[in-house]
Design a protein around this ligand. Sequence first.
Ligand code: SF4
Length: 260
Amino acid sequence: MRYTFSVVTNGSLLTPSVVERLLGLGLTHVQVTLDGPEEVHDRRRYFTGGRGSFNVILGNLQKVQDKVNVVLRINIDSKNLNEVEQLLRELSSRGITNVRLDPHLVHSNLYRHEYWENLIPSSKEAEVLFNFWEKAEKHGFQVPQDVFRLGICVAHVDEDIVVDPMGNIYPCWAFTGNPRYVKARLLANGEVEVLKPELGARSVLKVMKSCTDCPFLPMCMGGCRFLAVLTGKGYHGVDCRKETLASLTKLMGAQLGKGR
Ligand code: SF4
């Protein structure tokens, strides 16, 4: 079996030589995140000493976007929402369009609460995403067919592991560092010792037993385990996306109707 992996990185060291080395080891794609156009991103994401990281990241993306699949996640919250189009414009003007955009509405975090006041209410989620894709298309980005992504994630597949430097294995990266959610441990001999089967894929799949009649099931799979925990439903709670998915479908249907 061929070993493959992806990397989530801030992109500051994602040079062509690093990418080429990682490709030889099985790299399939990288995920880099931006928090807005230069001024907004650099206010939030800077190096020790205060220098902003925006131009370093964009310089690297320009050089590596044709070598490796890049998922460019764009964090969106109420404080940078109005500047998202400016970011798309900046990327496009620098020729960075050979990336897969991944708009991400920032959610609260188990450990850090400083973003809570910036959250976009879930009732607005569909509209924000729809507007995002409209603008992306306008600025020359490809709008993927699966704007509605399949809901299957790393938490649904036991062979897909997120492991920290100590060998602790988590259901997904959102839980990394939280001892309550260590589901297994990678041993020195390469074996995996299961510690909490209740956090494993089999038990996650049971979450959607109440969803079998839902038309959005393949796009949702009962929702995100991390958001279920954050919203107090617990690890095995349903994080229902029906309202958002239905609104998004309606908005897209209306848009397609206009184009005819
Ligand atoms: S949208 Fe709600 S009902 Fe439908 S699959 Fe997701 S959690 Fe289940």
